[in-house]
Design a protein around this ligand. Structure first.
Ligand SMILES: NC(=O)c1ccc[n+]([C@@H]2O[C@H](COP(=O)([O-])OP(=O)(O)OC[C@H]3O[C@@H](n4cnc5c(N)ncnc54)[C@H](O)[C@@H]3O)[C@@H](O)[C@H]2O)c1
Length: 293
C-alpha cells in the first residue's frame, strides 16, 4: 500500500533542488527546502519565482498557482526543520561521503515512518540505503534537468527497498505529472549510463583536437539532431557532476572505456564547472556564450 505524502523535504537547493521544490509545490505538496548555504536558499527561491513566472508567460499555469506554490515552500538551513516530512529527497552534491553524512544527520531527526530518497545521478542506491536506519524505506528518485521541463523520472529500488516505498514513490512522481522509467540499481542507471559516456567522448574529441567546441556541438546538433551539443550539455549539467558520474561508472563497472577524459578532470580542478560558475567549455559572462577552445 502506498503511504500518503503531504510534506516533502528537499536537501540541497542547487539547480536540481530548486526544480524539485518547484514541481512538488506546484503539485500541491508542502515543501521544506534545506541547504547549508543561506545564499543558495535565497537564490533558489528567486529562481523558483522566476521559473514559475516563465510558466505563466507560456500560459502553463495561473498567477494564483504561482502564489500558492511559493506559499507552500519554506526554506531552512537546519536539517531538523525536516523532522515531520513524509518524504525527504536528498539532492546535494554528487559525493557519496557528503550524502552519507547528510543521511546520518537526517535519520537522527526524521520520523521513523518517513521515506528517504536520493536524486543521485549515479551512486548505488543499495549502498546509500545501507548507510541509513531504513534501507527498506529508501529509494532512488532521479529527476532530469531542468526539472520543471523534463518529463522523465527514473525510479531505482535498492536491494532492500520494500513494495510500499516503491508504490509511494511512484504515486508521488505521477502526481507531479512525470513519466517513470524503472531502472535496476547499476552505476548511473539508464539515462546517464548512455548519456555520460557520449559527453565524455565529446570531451575526448575536443582533447585530441578532432574538432573545436563549436564544431563538436554543431556536428551533434545538425548531424545527429540533438537539441543541445554535448559540450553545451556538459556545461548545463555541471562539469563536477559529469566527472563524478564518470568516476562512478569507471570504478563501478571496472572497464577502461569509462575513463574520465583528462581535460574534464582539468576543468573541474580549475573550478571551471560550466554555467553555474560562468565558465566551462563556454564562457557565459557576456551576452551570449563564447566557446573557450
Ligand atoms: N545537474 C544535473 O543535470 C543533474 C541531473 C539529475 C540529478 N543530479 C544530481 O542532483 C544532485 C545535485 O546536483 P545539482 O546539479 O543540483 O548540484 P548543485 O551544485 O547545483 O547544487 C548542490 C547544492 O547542494 C548543497 N549542499 C552541499 N552540501 C550540502 C549539505 N551537507 N546539506 C545541504 N545542502 C548541501 C550546495 O550548497 C548546493 O546548493 C547531485 O547528486 C547530482 O548528481 C544532477
Amino acid at each position: 500500500m502506498a503511504a500518503a505524502i503531504k510534506k516533502v523535504g528537499v536537501i540541497g537547493a542547487g539547480q536540481m533542488g530548486n526544480g524539485i521544490a518547484h514541481v512538488a509545490a506546484l503539485g500541491g505538496f508542502d515543501v521544506i527546502l534545506n541547504d547549508v548555504s543561506a545564499d543558495r536558499l535565497k537564490s533558489a527561491m528567486a529562481t523558483i519565482n522566476g521559473n514559475l513566472s516563465r510558466q505563466i508567460a507560456k500560459k502553463l499555469i495561473s498567477e494564483d498557482a504561482r502564489k500558492q506554490a511559493l506559499a507552500r515552500i519554506t526554506a531552512t538551513e537546519k536539517l531538523d526543520g525536516l523532522s515531520d516530512c513524509d518524504l525527504v529527497i536528498e539532492t546535494a552534491v554528487e559525493k557519496e561521503e557528503t550524502k552519507r553524512k547528510i543521511f546520518n544527520e537526517l535519520c537522527a531527526v526524521l520520523k521513523p515512518e518517513a521515506i528517504v530518497a536520493s536524486n543521485t545521478s549515479s551512486i548505488s542506491i543499495t549502498r546509500l540505503a545501507a548507510s541509513t536506519d531504513r534501507p527498506e524505506r529508501f529509494i532512488g528518485i532521479h529527476f532530469m534537468n531542468p526539472v520543471p521541463v523534463m518529463e522523465l523520472v527514473e525510479l531505482i529500488r535498492g536491494i532492500a527497498t520494500d513494495d510500499a516505498t516503491f508504490e509511494t514513490a511512484k504515486a508521488f512522481v505521477t502526481k507531479l505529472g512525470k513519466q517513470i522509467a524503472v531502472s535496476e540499481d547499476f552505476p548511473a542507471f539508464i539515462v546517464n549510463r548512455i548519456l555520460l559516456p557520449m559527453i565524455n567522448e565529446a570531451i575526448y574529441t575536443l582533447y585530441e583536437g578532432v574538432g573545436n567546441v563549436e564544431a563538436i556541438d554543431m556536428a551533434m546538433k545538425l548531424g545527429a539532431h540533438h537539441p543541445m551539443g554535448p559540450l553545451e550539455l556538459a556545461d548545463f549539467i555541471g562539469l563536477d557532476t559529469c566527472l563524478s558520474i564518470m568516476q562512478v561508472l569507471h570504478e563501478g563497472l571496472a572497464d577502461s572505456k569509462y575513463r574520465p577524459c583528462p581535460l574534464l578532470v582539468k576543468y573541474v580542478e580549475a573550478g571551471w564547472l560550466g554555467r553555474k560558475t560562468q565558465r566551462g567549455f563556454y564562457d557565459y559572462r557576456g551576452d551570449k556564450p563564447v566557446p573557450t577552445r
